[in-house]
Design a protein around this ligand. Structure first.
Ligand SMILES: Nc1ncnc2c1ncn2[C@@H]1O[C@H](COP(=O)(O)OP(=O)(O)OP(=O)(O)O)[C@@H](O)[C@H]1O
Length: 313
């Protein structure tokens, strides 16, 4: 495996704030990888270091086999970068702005900007300052993708995009991967990256607390289950369900005057044993929800999606 990005023991301080505390991470070439973490976790700082917009206090960084500092313009042209806070205020039109970026990016195929604008649904003839947040974000996505870079670094890319445009964005990411590019996305929620990324690192207070695949996270995630069971003895059914190792928060309630029971619980792993226990009874209803990945990630954060560094970004 060659790494498109390699960080080794990277630290970054802002005064007394330790934004990154020894981040070590390798992102395989050709992969789509997500960095997720709550506000203030250090995601943007990590991405800015990769682009040489900021220097670490210690540790080593390699991007496409080069140090971001030494790689200079030649390296920068191989990267498509979407900043988290895109400020587009000028009188210039989207078309003029993108033509300017295209000159800086090196080679942009003819018709590529128009094609991307058409797919994302943005009018390039309007002054950028008159565009809505979502439409400004689309211009940011176009400038990141238009030169078909080897590496895409995207900070909260779907922020402000409606669900249909998010799907177009996911298609662009898959196409980039198909042509061999590496894609690194950051987000504060897993739902933004889980549809496209295979690997994720979870960053909290400047440290990577876990690196995993989305499918491994899915295995640790729990599903909400419920059923309505007829002709069942509460004690017998409860004992059979309690014998399922990954079933927690089990509640069994009997309908007054009937041999009908309602049950709810949280199930880890696969639903095989749960289904087999219930298969012995006639059922009025059964529901096994998809694993809740967001909850799995929140339990790794150790807290909700709140600012964990005291800032209000
Ligand atoms: N230029 C700066 N000057 C001072 N402190 C900074 C600066 N940039 C980041 N920080 C601090 O470093 C920490 C990490 O910030 P960073 O923006 O990397 O987090 P993040 O994970 O991207 O957060 P968000 O999801 O809110 O964008 C925060 O405590 C932030 O306040």
């Amino acid at each position: 495996m060659t790494a498109a990005i390699a960080l080794d023991s990277v630290t970054k301080r802002f005064g007394s704030t330790e934004a990154l505390r020894g981040v070590t991470l390798q992102i395989p070439s050709g992969s789509v990888f997500g960095i997720i973490g709550p506000n203030g976790a250090g995601k943007t700082t990590t991405l800015r270091i990769l682009l040489d917009l900021m220097q670490p206090n210690s540790g080593s960084v390699e991007v496409l086999g080069m140090s971001p500092r030494a790689g200079g313009t030649m390296l920068r042209q191989q990267i498509g970068y979407l900043p988290g806070e895109l400020i587009l205020e000028g009188r210039v039109t989207g078309a003029a702005l993108l033509a300017h970026y295209a000159r800086l990016s090196g080679h942009v195929s003819s018709g590529r900007i128009a094609e991307l604008a058409d797919r994302l649904g943005v009018d390039l003839h309007r002054p950028v300052r008159s565009l809505s947040k979502g439409n400004k974000q689309k211009l940011g996505i176009i400038q990141a993708f238009m030169h078909d870079p080897r590496l895409l670094i995207l900070d909260e890319p779907t922020s402000g995009l409606d669900p249909l445009v998010q799907q177009t964005f996911h298609a662009l990411v898959r196409e980039a991967q198909d042509r061999g590019a590496t894609v690194l996305l950051s987000s504060h929620v897993l739902s933004e990256v889980e549809q496209v990324a295979a690997g994720v690192a979870i960053l909290k207070q400047g440290e990577i607390i876990t690196t995993s695949t989305v499918s491994e996270l899915r295995e640790t995630a729990k599903r909400r289950v419920s059923a309505e069971v007829r002709e069942a003895d509460a004690a017998t059914l409860t004992a059979a369900l309690q014998a399922i190792p990954d079933l927690s928060e089990l509640r069994v309630t009997q309908h007054p005057g009937e041999a009908t029971l309602s049950l709810t619980g949280l199930l880890g792993g696969n639903p095989d044993r749960f289904v087999k226990v219930l298969a012995a009874y006639p059922l009025n209803d059964i529901s096994i929800e998809a694993p809740n990945l967001e909850d799995a990630v929140l339990s790794l954060y150790g807290q909700g999606l709140h600012d964990d560094n005291g800032d209000a970004s």
